[in-house]
Design a protein around this ligand. Structure first.
Ligand code: ZN
Length: 161
């Protein structure tokens, strides 16, 4: 088992917190089979609120797929409670958003989508369903009469011990 964290970095304009609507957030991932090296060309959905029974039926997992090339059954879990928040203090740095427990596969690419939540402390305003599929997002805080935004969203994967 390998634990791999998805980390993000972004510029936040007048925002204090950015996080996903887990457990319903749909992580779109490209995965690599560690047995044969096959990389899926489609995006896979991984959600903490979804569970699939494993072949033995004794346990379940958040993602299960048979490798098209070598036929091995691989699986991946979102580690409970690993979801993080990106805050104003994190700007300019990478921070862990979620950690995956990987069995036979590794995520190698992440495509942000909708389902993010952004908060402004001063106006106590919450923006639900922020769509980051363009890796940018701009809105207007009508209480503080200023624009809010997320720019230059980047992501990477790091192995954790
Ligand atoms: Zn394979």
């Amino acid at each position: 088992m390998v634990k791999i964290s998805l980390q993000i970095k972004a510029n936040l304009e007048n925002l204090d917190e950015l996080f996903t609507n887990h457990p319903d957030y749909n992580f779109l991932l490209k995965l690599k089979c560690l047995n044969c090296g096959e990389i899926s060309d489609k995006w896979h959905d991984v959600q903490e609120s979804q569970r699939f029974p494993t072949k033995t039926g004794k346990s379940d997992t958040h993602f299960l797929a048979r490798c098209k090339l070598c036929g091995r059954e691989n699986s991946l879990d979102i580690i409970e409670g690993s979801n993080g928040k990106y805050t104003g203090d994190d700007v300019g740095k990478f921070k862990t958003l979620v950690t995956f427990d990987c069995r036979g596969i590794e995520p190698i690419d992440f495509q942000p989508s909708d389902g993010w939540i952004a908060k402004v402390e001063e106006s106590n305003k919450t923006f639900n369903d922020v769509d980051l599929s363009e890796k940018e997002w701009v809105e207007y805080d009508d209480k503080l009469k200023q624009s809010v935004g997320i720019y230059e969203l980047e992501s990477k994967f790091v192995k954790v011990k």
